[in-house]
Every structure is written in structure tokens, then in C-alpha cells.
Design a protein around this ligand. Structure first.
Ligand SMILES: Nc1nc2c(c(=O)[nH]1)N=C([C@H](O)[C@H](O)COP(=O)(O)OP(=O)(O)OP(=O)(O)O)CN2
Length: 164
């Protein structure tokens, strides 16, 4: 009888401190602010004869490494219909919103391929980068992976991958 399990990873190091602002319309956005985000990853699949779904060690290190690259940065959305980004030769950014000009140094920002920097989109981008084309996960017998991103206790959004 196949045994299904779900491995859950939410280690202390699976966190990053970053800034952002959510854009609600062409004229309404939040002020710039930050969070101590945390990340939770769950992978589901069948337990093999060796008593394991798969060694979660490499995945844990990948998650922690990704958290470190998102630590101490300020997120900007690449594809917002309301925020226009202009980069200079050094990668510094002038962001225009509703007549405002916000200036950022290249060293301080991470531009994400999202329409808005929200928990939903952080979980999606994080998950999509973990999963890639899914080949490695499927090879390891993983049938489902969930990423949850929280902006603090009691507030998170999730993203799910299911093996085809
Ligand atoms: N669907 C979403 N809605 C909102 C998001 C989001 O990511 N997805 N994000 C925000 C704000 O950026 C976020 O809530 C601001 O956080 P915070 O300063 O902590 O204020 P909160 O009101 O969320 O939390 P409290 O601690 O209860 O004040 C808004 N909407």
C-alpha cells in the first residue's frame, strides 16, 4: 500500500527582511515599508522503500540561499501598469507613480517579474524558481509542492505546484 507523506520546511533561517509598497490603483499606493518575511515549503509524494520521499537537505539549502538573496533589499514590480521604471547606465532606478518620482540605487533594489509586490506574487516567484521545469521534483517522486510567504505572524499567501 503506497504511503503518501508531506514534508514541511519552515526553518528559522527561511526568512528575509525586505521593503516594498503595494499599489492599489493608478493613484493609491502604500508608503514604502518593510517586513520580516518568512517562507514555508511543503512537498508531498510517496514514501519509497528506503523510508524517504526524498532527501530534503539540498532543497532546504536552496530555499535558505534564495532567502539570503532577498534579504536587505527593496522590491520593485517590473510589470506594474501604474509604476514606470527607468534605469540609468549604472542600474539605478527612477520609478514614476501618479506624478511622484522615487529614486533607488541599484545596490538597494530587487526588481521582480511581477505586477505588484504582494505576498501572492512573492510566493509565486519564490515557488517558480524552486520548481523550475519540475523535472528534478518529479524524479524524486514529489507530486505537489506548496510555498507560503508570510509578512509576519498570521498573514501569508501560498502558491502550489502539482506534478502533471
Ligand atoms: N492580497 C493582498 N493584500 C494586501 C497585501 C498583500 O500582500 N496581498 N499587502 C498589504 C500590505 O503591504 C501589508 O498588509 C502591510 O503590512 P503591515 O504594515 O503589517 O500592515 P497590515 O495591516 O497588513 O498588518 P497589521 O500588523 O495588522 O497592521 C495590504 N494588502
Amino acid at each position: 500500500m503506497p504511503r503518501t507523506t508531506t514534508l514541511e520546511l519552515y526553518k528559522e533561517e527561511m526568512k528575509f527582511s525586505a521593503g516594498h509598497f503595494t499599489i492599489f490603483s493608478a493613484t493609491h499606493r502604500e508608503n514604502l515599508h518593510g517586513h520580516n518575511f518568512t517562507v514555508y515549503v511543503a512537498l508531498t509524494g510517496e514514501v519509497a522503500d528506503n523510508g524517504m520521499l526524498s532527501d530534503y537537505g539540498p532543497l532546504k539549502q536552496t530555499i535558505i540561499a534564495r532567502c539570503r538573496t532577498w534579504n536587505e533589499t527593496f522590491f520593485l514590480p517590473e510589470h506594474s501598469p501604474h509604476l514606470k521604471l527607468e534605469r540609468d547606465a549604472k542600474g539605478n532606478v527612477l520609478a514614476r507613480f501618479n506624478g511622484e518620482e522615487l529614486r533607488f540605487l541599484a545596490r538597494d533594489i530587487t526588481v521582480l517579474p511581477v505586477e505588484n509586490v504582494t505576498l501572492e506574487e512573492l510566493a509565486r516567484v519564490f515557488g517558480e524558481e524552486l520548481v523550475g521545469d519540475g523535472t528534478a521534483l518529479r524524479k524524486d517522486g514529489v507530486t505537489r509542492l506548496v510555498v507560503k510567504c508570510a509578512s509576519g505572524p498570521g498573514q501569508s499567501s501560498s502558491w502550489e505546484w502539482v506534478a502533471p
